[in-house]
Design a protein around this ligand. Structure first.
Ligand code: GLU
Length: 547
């Protein structure tokens, strides 16, 4: 029995059998096969959705295939429920893999299994072949030996790592290997690199262009002592067998690229095209840094649901980060699906996109402004069910009133209201319609008091108030009051001659706005009066006598 049989005593498929089973894909010209390959660590970073979106768009806009592979060879980092979180997050954002796992975690596709822990035999079959070909070897180095190696390298100023003359078990005689195996000494399998650090190689990256690297000479671990492969090795086998044509991934993997390319070559496989993308960053004072899981709530995909951004707003925002020309495209193609936008890998920012809430909010406001009343009502209702029991109770007992509130400046409005960026903004936009939640702060009262003749103005309006006035008729009444109480009809008139007026029309309207809503900024006041109804508005107007 050879030492290789001692390492793999159980029958394994042969490399030929595996290649026959996982056929090369038959795809139209130019079709790209991409994948996302997250590790199930229990956290879905918004950057993961960003990368997945790019991969999915690149594949589908080329009539190719997009698949999801779960990279769970690091069992220590695995968290229960994490795979389900990955599957449901992708589905929530309409990033639907053709193969891998569906929204509920069911496996789909003919290159299964798509979870690395279930592919142990496949990796072992290739590792066995590498041992037979002399491209890998068992390494029995103990932790102490590795520590000593590290120490010796430090003292002698050598580059750290397991390579060349430092690779003690690289050329062990077979008898020695068998002895150790027979004694049950734990081992890993290492790749036998033929590279030299002094050789410079050039690799083409899809975004960063040609990059110079020293050739890899590290004998990296390809199989751990638990029999599972390392990521480096597993992804080579998987991307080969699954027919990946384009690997698009975070640039934290860029430094591993020479190794990955070398592994593909050593296996006799054609390497896919690699594109390394910079992570999403944010400004922290004057400097940029990565969006961090620990410091930034917006790094977690769940955050967007919790505060109530429509998911399509998040996706459109991400597309805007992917390609900055998305914004122009959207302006010129208002009714098209974002899926019609051609994502271009070479228009990505090589230094990383900057996360910006103002932009996200603007995109989201635009999307929410286009919803019909029924659409926004049901989206807010679904959000409240999970996130805001007070709002839910209010909606349950006042559904028609709240629909009327949400319809203000919505359907058919010339300038649709754009004050709601996320569903958690809604309570502040509807609460003042309810007497029990309405109040005028001292600051707002002072604002009213600072306007000349405020009491007379309101008392003059009360007899002419009609809650059914159209916007124009209502505004006509405001103009009448303005001329009566010496307010300019518009800002221009006021600015030309400020001393001769008590203010301009917007100052005059502000008295009414604060009295009726408690705020200085609201949607159209005539519509608000109409929705609130006569009694409620009159009682609020009459309150002017108590200010
Ligand atoms: N499992 C790796 C990760 O979690 C995937 C890297 C790749 O896409 O090749 O980042």
């Amino acid at each position: 029995m050879s030492y290789i049989d001692k390492i793999f005593p159980n029958p394994l498929p042969t490399v030929e059998e595996l290649e026959a089973k996982y056929k090369r894909r038959d795809l139209p010209d130019g079709a790209k096969v991409t994948r996302v390959a997250p590790s199930p660590t229990g956290f879905m970073h918004i950057g993961g959705i960003y990368t997945a979106l790019i991969c999915e768009r690149v594949a589908h806009q080329s009539n190719g295939v997009f698949f999801l592979r779960i990279e769970d060879t690091d069992t220590k980092r695995e968290v229960e429920g994490a795979t389900e979180l990955i599957c449901s997050s992708l589905a929530n954002y309409d990033i639907i893999p053709d193969e891998g796992f569906d929204a509920f975690g069911n496996e789909i596709g003919s290159y299964a299994p798509y979870k690395q822990s279930a592919r142990k035999e496949i990796y072992q079959a290739y590792i066995k072949q590498m041992l037979l070909d002399g491209r890998a070897y068992p390494c029995f180095a103990t932790t102490e030996e590795l520590e000593k190696l590290h120490h010796d390298q430090e003292i002698s100023g050598a580059r750290p790592g397991y390579y060349g003359r430092w690779a003690k078990y690289r050329d062990s005689p077979v008898e020695k290997i068998e002895e150790k195996l027979d004694a049950g000494v734990p081992f890993v399998i290492r790749f036998k690199s033929h590279g030299s650090y002094d050789n410079k190689i050039v690799i083409q990256d899809g975004l960063k262009g040609k990059i110079n690297f020293p050739e890899n000479d590290l004998d990296i671990v390809i199989m751990k002592s638990d029999g599972l492969p390392t990521y480096h090795f597993a992804h080579v086998i998987d991307d080969y067998l699954m027919g990946t044509t384009h690997v698009i991934r975070g640039d934290e993997w860029l430094s591993s690229l020479p190794l990955h390319i070398q592994l593909f070559k050593a296996m006799g496989f054609k390497a896919p095209k690699y594109t390394h993308i910079a992570p999403i960053q944010k400004m922290d004072g004057d400097s940029r840094r990565k969006l961090s899981k620990r410091h930034d709530p917006e790094a977690d995909v769940r955050y967007y649901d919790t505060v109530g951004y429509p998911r399509v707003a998040v996706i459109e925002y991400l597309l805007n980060l992917v390609n900055s020309n998305f914004e122009d495209w959207r302006r010129n193609n208002q009714t098209k699906s974002y899926k019609d936008f051609p994502v271009s890998l070479n228009k990505l920012s090589p230094s990383g996109a900057l996360f910006d809430f103002v932009k996200l909010n603007n995109i989201s406001k635009e999307i929410i402004s286009k919803m019909t009343t029924d659409e926004i009502y049901s989206a807010v209702y679904d959000w409240a069910k999970k996130n805001d029991s007070n709002l839910l109770a209010l909606m349950d007992s006042n559904s028609d009133y709240i629909k009327a509130i949400l319809s203000i400046e919505r359907t058919g409005a010339k300038n649709a209201r754009k004050d709601i960026a996320k569903y958690s903004d809604v309570p502040a936009e509807i609460e003042y319609f309810f007497d029990e939640k309405f109040a005028i702060s001292d600051e707002m009262k002072n604002e009213i008091r600072s306007i000349k003749n405020y009491r007379e103005i309101v008392n003059a309006y009360i007899p002419m108030f009609n809650e059914n006035d159209s916007k124009d008729i209502w505004f006509g009444k405001m103009i009448d009051l303005a001329s009566k109480f010496n307010f300019a009809k518009n800002g221009k008139e006021y600015k030309a001659n400020p001393e001769s007026f008590n203010g301009d029309i917007s100052t005059l309207v502000k008295i009414f706005r604060i009295l009726i809503t408690g705020k200085t900024q609201t949607p159209d006041l005539s519509e608000i009066q109409h929705v609130m109804g006569k009694d409620r508005v009159l009682s609020r107007l009459n309150f002017v006598n108590e200010i």
